[in-house]
Design a protein around this ligand. Sequence first.
Ligand code: FE2
Length: 198
Amino acid sequence: MAITLPPLPYEAHALAPYISADTLGFHHGKHHQTYVTNLNNLIQGSDLADVPLEEIIKLSANKPEKTAIFNNAAQVWNHTFYWHSMKKGGGGAPSGAIAAKIDEAFGSYEAFVEAFKSAGATQFGSGWAWLVLENGVLKVTKTSNADTPMVHAQKALLTVDVWEHAYYLDYQNRRVDYLDIFLKHLVNWEFAEANLAL
Ligand code: FE2
């Protein structure tokens, strides 16, 4: 049972002008696809060959001999989660249960925005910024490289990819501008709300 590349949940041009079709095309078609291909090559014929993706991630985490498997598997999962963390016409403050949880954890939506942007901006090198649920409370975190909340007893609600390949074609070195645009025009709060309810 090979791992397959899920299609983008929208057309490649759907997030323009905030994220270009070029960026999404390379990011999904080349980077995400490469993680899928590498993972399949690594697990072929092994005891992980027929294991679901989330189990592969959990079984390979913190095992030095399985680092390559973990990195590729977590990157496959993280990217799929990232595509769904955005939508055409997204952005702005949420409403409903997620809004109440944000107020409870951060004091205000504005405080959450600052925390999320700061996490993404201060992630040194490649990685991810996240909104997660930990012990029933929302929290903003950042992870390096392929690291992912599910191996830290956290449920991911939203993520933004801060690897340079996510924004360099559109924003060059201006990661903070990309994070600002993500929150103002792209973030998919319905997805976060659905994850909260899981
Ligand atoms: Fe990426």
